[in-house]
Ligand binder design. Structure first.
Ligand SMILES: [Zn+2]
Ligand SMILES: [Zn+2]
Ligand SMILES: [Zn+2]
Length: 202
């Protein structure tokens, strides 16, 4: 982190200059680059723990914004032991490493989501959702569908009974009787299960 960065064009400014040519930059300076039009190369903003990039993949909307604990710092005081007095430590921890640290915590972090009614055990629900997301992204959800198993919950042993009809389209989301409620809401409803080998006849 002490290394000098190379710089790239600030995409936020680029977008603003294209869409709001009359913007008052003095009144509303760019928070990301302080009107220098240059930001540190996102590929060089790395997590201290795993050494990986802190920013979303190139080509995505927020690719120049470090995600996680970025440039966090802590300073030891007179009675410090494990950190040294008058010494400041600055570091980055990416979101993936934060998740791993949270999992290791004896006392879990408080979890709050302003869009959701509070759960009984918010950390547990959060972790469950995260594990489902990873399971989905690493092919478990797709495999369960091919195996004609419910994929509304990670590792549900039940056979799929319903397929989700979402915005008048079928997808691979299916469920058992028990997990019906997690599939049918909003613009979604349920139809009898449509397996992979039946799909081509539709
Ligand atoms: Zn900028
Ligand atoms: Zn990391
Ligand atoms: Zn199920």
């Amino acid at each position: 982190m002490n290394k000098k960065h190379t710089y790239v064009e600030c995409q936020h400014c680029k977008w603003q200059l294209q869409n709001f040519p009359d913007k008052d930059w003095f009144e509303q300076p760019c928070e990301r680059c302080k009107n220098t039009r240059q930001v540190p190369n996102p590929q060089e903003i790395l997590c201290n723990l795993c050494g990986e990039c802190m920013c979303p993949p190139p080509g995505t909307m927020n690719e120049q914004i470090p995600h996680g604990l970025y440039q966090a710092s802590v300073t030891g005081g007179y009675d410090s032991y494990h950190l040294l007095d008058m010494t400041t430590y600055t570091f980055n921890f990416c979101e993936k490493c934060l998740r791993q640290l949270f999992i290791q915590c004896k006392i879990k972090p408080n979890v709050y989501n302003s869009f959701k009614p509070p759960d009984e055990d918010p950390w547990k629900e959060d972790q469950k959702y995260y594990e489902y997301r990873v399971w989905k992204d690493t092919g478990g959800h797709h495999q369960a569908y091919l195996n004609k198993k419910c994929n509304a919950v990670k590792g549900c042993p039940n056979d799929a009974v319903y397929t989700r009809l979402h915005n008048e389209d079928f997808d691979e989301n299916c469920c058992c009787e028990e997990h019906k409620e997690t599939r049918a809401y909003g613009n979604s409803s349920l139809v009898p299960f449509i397996s992979n080998n039946l799909k081509s006849f539709l």
